[in-house]
Design a protein around this ligand. Structure first.
Ligand code: MN
Ligand code: MN
Length: 458
């Protein structure tokens, strides 16, 4: 099927009845996953529960692993490692790694967020990841996150997802008064400091003190009654505004799925479900669900954190082998999305080398920008290995570059893993309107991504 990958094959064009059913059934589980996990913490908690049900147990550093073990390492509730120890010699066979990320672009509250202007309570924000700011105005937003209180207790917040919940809002100008704004460059029409969240509008008329009869005080009173929060608790909180939309089928034929956060949950879901569904026990497999990819894979929960190599060291230590040997023989799929060819904007992609919706899992040899800068650029030999693997297993795949040369660019976790002397390549689902509050992918691509992962870890 490599010729088919070269020419590109539309999955829906060649799928038999069984494949069509598998694609559509699989999409239902994925949509549920999307609705349950809109932040890295929520995804982490969701997958931990699924892992426990599969017999995975928590791993502690210092613990020895043996063949057949299934463990998970929950890094601070935001970054998850699932490890299945296989029967093969881990030094000779290495580890099959699938690394995706579970953070998505969003709008975070600042640490001192609340203020009031003309009887409107608002909250200051700092956006997270690469967003096109104008897309985040005038849509329903939900408040998700965690508050760590002074007494050591930690509170999870989720407002705006239940049908009866209120939602939050960032305003934009009406066209009648937008003459000046409309002629600004798109990137300057809405400013970062203008992404203020509408929080409330009713003053606290029953307050004892005259100075407390404000809308802001009323908002604080509600937060206190509902969650026991005081204003200073925002200091030690991670609260984010995410789109309040649910995942839905798109198009009359239901071929596509619209949702917030396909980037990169559209790779995370196939990664862990492939691990759970693949019963072959040959290879040692590690599935990484990373945080902070959207801001450079930094911090304790990003892909650059030492916990990744610490876990490989722990495996090496358990079997009395060299960690360097394991890494030298390991293979990694950096599972992240690519930009889909969009007939509305054909000018940004080059037809021969872009990923097309519904044409299967997309391999990206290099990312980067301005002459592949910042990309780990996978070896031809490794792609040769994957070509055979996917073709032998009937996986429909394609190849795609992120846009035309010098039009833009981007990066993934691939380079941080490649740096550890591990063969790594990007493979992912083509996304329409990536980083928008509502992104679109093809059900067929999600399923082919899953089949590619199963073939890789089999
Ligand atoms: Mn991504
Ligand atoms: Mn992204």
């Amino acid at each position: 099927m490599s010729e088919l990958a070269y020419k590109r094959t539309n999955v829906y064009e060649v799928a038999d009845e069984k494949l069509m059913k598998d694609i559509f059934d699989y999409a239902e589980g994925y949509k549920k996953f999307l609705d349950e996990g809109k932040t890295e913490r929520e995804v982490c908690a969701y997958v931990v529960e699924a892992a426990k049900a599969q017999g995975y147990v928590p791993f502690k550093f210092g613990q020895k692993l043996k063949k057949g073990d299934k463990v998970y390492y929950n890094n601070r509730g935001k970054n998850l490692y699932l490890i299945k120890i296989g029967n093969a010699d881990v030094a000779e066979d290495g580890i099959r790694i699938i690394a995706s990320h579970i953070d998505s672009p969003r709008i975070d509250l600042k640490q001192v967020p609340l203020y009031e202007a003309e009887n409107i309570a608002l909250a200051k924000t700092h956006y997270y990841g690469g967003i096109r700011k104008y897309q985040w105005t005038a849509i329903p937003l939900a408040l998700h996150g965690t508050v760590a209180k002074k007494d050591g207790s930690v509170l999870n917040v989720k407002i705006g997802e239940d049908e009866t919940d209120p939602v939050f809002y960032i305003s934009d100008l009406l066209p009648h008064l937008a003459a000046k704004q409309s002629v600004k460059p798109l990137g300057e029409a809405i400013e970062g400091e203008g992404l203020n969240i509408w929080f409330g509008n009713i003053p606290y008329v029953g307050a004892d003190n005259e100075k407390d009869k404000t809308v802001k005080e009323n908002v604080l009173k509600i937060l206190n009654e509902k969650y026991g929060l005081v204003e200073a608790d925002f200091l030690s909180a991670e609260l984010s505004l995410v789109p309040a939309f649910k995942a839905k089928d798109v198009g009359l034929d239901r071929a596509l799925i619209g949702a917030y956060g396909h980037d990169d949950r559209v790779c995370s879901y196939p990664a862990y479900t492939a691990l759970f569904d693949e019963t072959s026990n040959e290879h040692t497999v590690m599935v990484v669900l990373a945080d902070k990819e959207e801001i450079g894979s930094e911090g304790t929960t990003g892909m650059q954190c030492a916990v990744f190599t610490d876990l490989i060291d722990a495996i090496a230590c358990s079997f009395g082998v060299s960690s360097a040997a394991i890494r030298a023989n390991s293979k990694c799929l950096s599972a992240d999305v690519n930009a889909a060819y969009d007939p509305n904007f054909p000018e940004v992609t080059e037809k021969l080398n872009s990923a097309y919706v519904s044409c299967g899992a997309g391999i990206t040899k290099f990312t980067g920008a301005r002459g592949k800068s910042g990309s780990s650029d996978a070896d031809a030999e490794y792609i040769g290995f994957l070509r055979k693997l996917f073709d032998d297993n009937g996986v429909i795949w394609q190849t795609g570059e992120l846009g035309k040369v010098d039009v833009g660019g981007g990066g993934t976790v691939a380079k941080y893993i490649a740096k550890m002397n591990i063969d790594t390549i990007d493979i992912g689902v083509a996304v329409v309107s990536m980083h928008a509050p509502y992104e679109v992918v093809s059900k067929a691509d999600v399923y082919e991504e899953y089949l590619a992962f199963r073939a890789f870890i089999k």
